[in-house]
Design a protein around this ligand. Structure first.
Ligand code: CA
Ligand code: CA
Length: 323
């Protein structure tokens, strides 16, 4: 099943609405000055340019870079052509993944190699971005765990802030860019092949250690990936052939596209589909809650209301390289 299976059964009430308490006036001023200093340093020093000396337009596919000290690590993805969607013959595939269609991505772009982390989100808040929203972490820990309890608007606020501080065009990936990057040249059910028995090497999914789901029909895998009812720090598992982590599992990932029930009429140029049911946006990758239902496959598509926040829902970012 899709995202409703994943989220409706395990989502917890949105505790993250509660904001930090107000602090005394003098401390607020001191903190504000400190934050301004930090932001100044970010803009003036850390975000002065890529970590290596190449200009962005010289990047070649496979290069990784970071535009500032608190920015996400990105990998350059080649332009190219691929077949988006899944054939009827793929086990557990759904009609929403069809019709299969050719997509041509005519320009290189960059994709985050990790899901956005709490560290990265909290840096945005520290710098007065992201609407001062501090998502709850379920007491799993912040740091390198993927940020959770972020809705589509929250994700949009992050990429807007990131674009401001770097001067670059950060954005949510289009659904086509996401699938192109996740497949990484493969046409199999997963970026590592067709054997879901290998999921525990590549994904934080509903493995044998997910005790919470066993009584609720979650069909956990037989293998143990080491993470039970929780997210895993990003990059804890093997990457896909493009060096991108957690394209299967850990947290669902928002993309830019509005929801459409099938690919009939979808763009063929890699751009986001901005028509359709835009109060719902597309989610990809599935999460630590999912296993045998088929939603961890490269071609699977989920959807949910743009205002939804959940403990298995995050995002990664893309960046334009060539206009
Ligand atoms: Ca797991
Ligand atoms: Ca993921």
């Amino acid at each position: 099943m899709g995202i409703r299976y994943a989220i409706s059964d395990l989502a917890v009430p949105d505790k993250a609405e509660s904001m930090p308490g107000r602090m005394p006036h003098n401390r607020r001023i001191a903190k504000r000055l400190l934050l301004m200093l930090v932001l100044g340093l970010l803009v003036g020093l850390g975000c002065a340019g890529p970590l290596n000396s190449l200009s962005t337009t010289n990047y070649v596919p496979g290069d990784t870079f970071r535009d500032c000290d608190v920015c996400p690590v990105m990998v350059v993805v080649s332009e190219g052509k691929f077949t988006m969607g899944t054939p009827v013959s793929e086990p557990k595939s759904e009609n929403r993944e069809r019709p299969r269609h050719d997509v041509t991505i005519s320009r290189r772009f960059a994709m985050g190699i990790f899901e956005i982390t709490f560290d990265e989100w909290d840096a945005c808040v520290e710098a007065k971005g992201c609407n001062n929203y501090l998502p709850d972490d379920e007491r799993w820990g912040r740091g390198k765990r993927p940020v959770i309890y972020v809705n589509w608007h929250d994700a949009d606020a992050y990429v807007e802030w990131l674009s401001q501080v770097t001067g670059e065009d950060y954005r949510l990936p289009s659904e086509a860019e996401w699938e192109f990057s996740a497949r990484a040249g493969t046409a199999t059910a997963y970026s590592f092949g067709n054997d879901e028995g290998d999921l525990c090497l590549f994904a934080n999914s509903a493995d044998a250690s997910l005790n919470a789901g066993k009584d609720e029909g979650y069909l956990p895998l037989d293998c143990n990936d080491g993470f039970g009812t929780e997210t895993a720090p990003v990059g804890s598992f093997k990457p896909n052939p493009y060096g991108i982590y957690d394209v299967h599992g850990n947290v669902w990932e928002w993309v830019a596209d509005c929801w459409n029930d099938t690919y009939a009429g979808a763009p063929s140029d890699g751009s986001a589909w901005t028509e359709g049911s835009c109060n719902q946006r597309v989610l990809r990758s599935a999460s630590w809650v999912d296993a045998r239902g088929g939603s961890l496959r490269s071609g699977h598509r989920g959807r949910i209301d743009v205002s939804m926040r959940s403990n298995n829902l995050g995002f990664r970012v893309a960046r334009t390289i060539e206009q």
